[in-house]
Write a protein that binds this ligand. Sequence first.
Ligand code: NAP
Ligand code: G4F
Length: 399
Amino acid sequence: MKINNIQDIKRPEGIVVFVTGVTGQDGSHMVDYLLRETNTSIIGGARRLSVDNHNNISHLENEPRFQLVNFDLTDSHSIYKIVECAKPDYFINFAAQSFVASSWDFARQTWECNSTAILDCLEAIKRLQPNCRFYNAGSSEEFGNVTYQPQDENHPAKPRSPYGASKVAARQLIKVYRESYGLYAVQGWLFNHEGPRRGTEFVTRKITKGVAGIFDAIVNNKKIIPIELGNIDAKRDWSDAEDMVDAVWRMLNQEKYNKKLNKEENDEWPESYNEDKNQKQMIEWRAKRIKDYVVGSGETHTIREFIEIAFDLVNISGEWDGKGIDEFFWYELGPKPLSSDQCKLVTINPKFYRPAEVEILLADPSKIKNELGWNPKTSFEELIDKMITSDLTSYNSVV
Ligand code: NAP
Ligand code: G4F
């Protein structure tokens, strides 16, 4: 896909949204959402890699309202240049070192990408484009070692990984810039969300891809490659990524979606950040009313349950046996006779255990539902089904 240099970007007419991380899951869904639901023009940021990774955006090749730009979040010049050239009305940041497990191995890089770079974004917006609304992708990993269930907006930050800590730091910076300068800057606490565009190292996609491969092996009488996993008793609150990007847009347009906002406070939403107006009033208004929201399904499931449902959806019935690192999920009744070492579908490999684990996450999404009208469409089982169906297509298989 054609990728532009930042200095060659011409600001399109109308409302402009700059989205980072468009090669990833959420960024690519955000672009699709904006194209479908708004009339904005979108500039997508992707970093240069030696081999391109544009699978998630290849369908946008000839989209007139979308342009791709070379952008690296860890290069502050990159941030300043894009804000200066594109003059975006919205800056939606999904770029991150997003894999929790790697954050112990690359703690500094995680910090620079997920925390320091957020400071650079806020400074660039404050100096060059103070009316630009900024979203940063926060995480339920910020809650970490949780103290109560379900987690709401008041839950304390108790991160368990360099990743979780980096998102907590970004949140504090955003709050400070909102309260000090009146920037419209928000960071939702998004719980886990998945889909066919999810990276294959995350546990859900690793499972659905593995299940599709095992299904293909059984049907074609090939050797079964078991899925190797770590802690399968951890619990997560999983949603569909497509539902989540809708929540992000609502958080960025709270005056539009929260009908009570103006009425309750009995004063008007200040349209823009304008030197002629009372800047102090704007700062107080935004500091008081603009909120960060918890977004999740309100259900929690173990990895174990995810595995059972995934195999069940392709009519492979399995059973658990063994304990601890010797536990496995095995397949007895196949359409073809299988030798005993071929029967293992899932095994445990301690190399996938983490130095510190977040054992359970469960969202209380009532605020975003009641105040911003967020209403997710996909259930847990539908999500797994959607992912498996997509993974089966790479084997030209259907159930
Ligand atoms: P993802 O699929 O891993 O996408 C991350 C994106 O960031 C990729 O496009 C990646 O580019 C890009 N990126 C990484 N470093 C960069 C850099 N230095 N400069 C520019 N781009 C860079 O993650 P995701 O699931 O879409 O998540 C999006 C955001 O939401 C992340 O901030 C993540 O931490 C946060 N979040 C995700 C979830 C979830 O469950 N998915 C939940 C809560 C919060 P490459 O393709 O080149 O690697
Ligand atoms: O799929 P995961 O790697 O996602 P994790 O760590 O929950 O993080 C994701 O969600 C966060 C929101 O809560 C985001 F902020 C973050 O960017 C990312 O999108 O792991 C989920 C669980 C963990 O408890 C992990 O220990 O699955 C467990 N697990 C067990 N075996 C495994 C594996 N995780 C991975 N990735 N690979 C395994 O083999």
